[in-house]
Design a protein. Structure first.
Lengths: 168, 65
């Protein structure tokens, strides 16, 4: 009975915050099937760590921490694996969102600009745009606050250049 | 660059992606609930049956039957 309610409680929590996980998945993987795989992996990792989550930190902080750890672990694993062929190179050039969907050009520009950042910088700007403070970002990324501030100003410069390029 | 200008865009992007990739509560529940595997009734007694079988065999050998 208690187990069933824990399942229910967790599912409701994820359902409420799933947009956050989906947007994270879409920033790291352009293909819908890869995004789906990653989403499943993140939800399972969240489920594993859910009993230890005591609501002392913000739900989004916990979600991002687990999700980013899962993403980076997956990327590390993929980098360690030998490349299979030209298919993986092609995926970098695929459009951000599914073509059948109505696309908002401004959000597309933002997506394209962010997706050109490094994996760590993507996470930093994503957390920043989601209203996390530099201290929180530093804790989630296991970096110092100074490092985050330096990176943030570099990211802002890079984004501003990328946005100008997109406008041309 | 002022990133505050990007925040509404990011929210719109999240909304767009979230709506297109939405999972229902039922789907999420199926993902975290492990599939139940049906074991045959004798599976739980397997160890005990094996012990009895070996004991009978050893008894038979040592008693000369």
């Amino acid at each position: 009975m208690a187990k069933a309610s824990l399942h229910q409680e967790f599912v409701q929590l994820i359902a409420r915050h799933q947009k956050l996980i989906h947007s994270l998945c879409s920033l790291y993987y352009p293909l819908p099937e890869d995004r789906k795989d990653l989403f499943q992996e993140i939800v399972l990792q969240l489920w594993k760590s859910y009993p230890a989550f005591n609501y002392q930190s913000k739900v989004t902080t916990w979600l991002y921490r687990v999700a980013l750890n899962t993403v980076f672990a997956r990327i590390r694993k993929e980098k360690a694996r030998p490349k299979t062929g030209p298919l993986s190179e092609k995926t970098d050039q695929l459009p951000a969102l599914d073509s059948e969907r109505t696309e908002n050009s401004a959000t597309q520009e933002l997506y394209r600009a962010i997706s050109q950042l490094s994996d760590e910088d993507k996470a930093i700007i994503l957390l920043h745009l989601d209203e996390h403070s530099n201290d929180e970002i530093a804790a989630m990324m296991n970096m110092s606050r100074t490092n985050i501030s330096t990176r943030m100003s570099r990211i802002k410069n890079r984004l501003s250049k990328l946005f100008k390029k997109e406008m041309l | 660059m002022n990133t505050d200008d990007l925040k509404p865009l990011w929210e719109a992007y999240k909304e767009e992606v979230g709506n297109s990739m939405h999972w229902s509560e039922k789907e999420l529940l199926q993902l975290i609930k492990p599939a139940t595997v049906a074991y045959p009734w004798y599976q739980s007694y397997r160890h005990a049956i094996l012990n009895v079988g070996v004991s009978v065999l050893l008894l038979g050998i040592t008693s000369g039957c």
